[in-house]
Design a protein around this ligand. Structure first.
Ligand code: F6R
Length: 241
């Protein structure tokens, strides 16, 4: 486990972009695991700059997103499909059909989860997984629980996550209550993991994940057993270490 501390979120995000860029240069057909939310935005901005500058090329890469809300239309401004298109995909050159996000509107969500896991396996597994962390220590939408769930599954979002994501929606009742998320097993199967945590509201989750027992109450704590995980933290998120 490596921990890198930065003065601010911008620097932490740029460090993640450098590591993702290096991964792509070493292996142009890398399978990237991607996240949504505020944490990876500076990383996507930097990757877009590197693409525009001719440094990076995504044409052979494949992307799998961690999660998507259930029962929210893909073109809804708060869907993760919309987020990824607007914050990243439309500005770089992934080949058609190379970007994947779970379908939270599938009629049979259990079958969708199995299909998504199979797709990742078929692509050769995730080379590099980018993660944020929830205030409650979640990764993907793997919420605090008495167990770690291995595969992609449907999750009931906790009140803490609904509150945290409320900022993107007009009203709290509009925040979806369920999501499809990659399981912790699939995240742990990634060859390398980068977790970005920025802001003081992540400090407690970061402390629990890094310093306290490995416990499904803080799902991110399992990352400490990963052979190749890097935590990229700003000072505020690292303030309880
Ligand atoms: C997003 C995801 C979540 C977020 C986490 C932090 O795809 O899987 O685990 O990474 O909720 O969200 P932000 O970055 O908005 O604080």
């Amino acid at each position: 486990m490596q921990i890198h501390r930065y003065a601010n979120a911008q620097q932490a995000g740029q460090a993640a972009a450098i590591l993702i860029g290096a991964q792509l240069l070493r292996k142009p057909d890398s399978v990237l695991g991607l996240a949504t939310g505020s944490s990876p935005v500076p990383t996507y901005q930097q990757l877009i700059r590197m693409f525009r500058g001719g440094v990076l090329n995504f044409s052979a890469a494949i992307a799998f997103n961690l999660d998507e809300y259930c029962h929210l239309p893909e073109d809804h401004p708060c869907s993760y499909h919309h987020f990824m298109r607007e914050k990243f995909f439309r500005y770089v050159n992934f080949a058609a059909g190379h970007t994947h996000i779970p379908n939270g509107n599938a009629e049979d969500l259990t079958a969708e989860c199995a299909r998504y896991d199979q797709k990742i396996i078929k692509a050769g597994g995730i080379d590099l997984q980018l993660l944020g962390i929830g205030r409650n220590g979640h990764i993907g939408f793997n919420e605090p629980s008495d167990q770690f769930v291995y595969g992609c599954h449907v999750v009931k979002l906790t009140q803490s996550t609904i509150q945290a994501n409320r900022r993107f929606f007009d009203r709290e009742e509009d925040v979806p209550r369920e999501a499809v998320s990659l399981g912790v097993g699939s995240i742990m199967n990634a060859k390398s993991v980068l977790l970005i945590a920025t802001g003081s509201d992540k400090a407690e989750a970061v402390r629990k994940a890094i310093l306290e027992d490995i416990d499904p109450c803080t799902q991110a704590s399992i990352l400490r057993t990963h052979p190749n995980v890097i935590f990229l933290l700003d000072e505020a998120a690292a303030s309880q270490l």
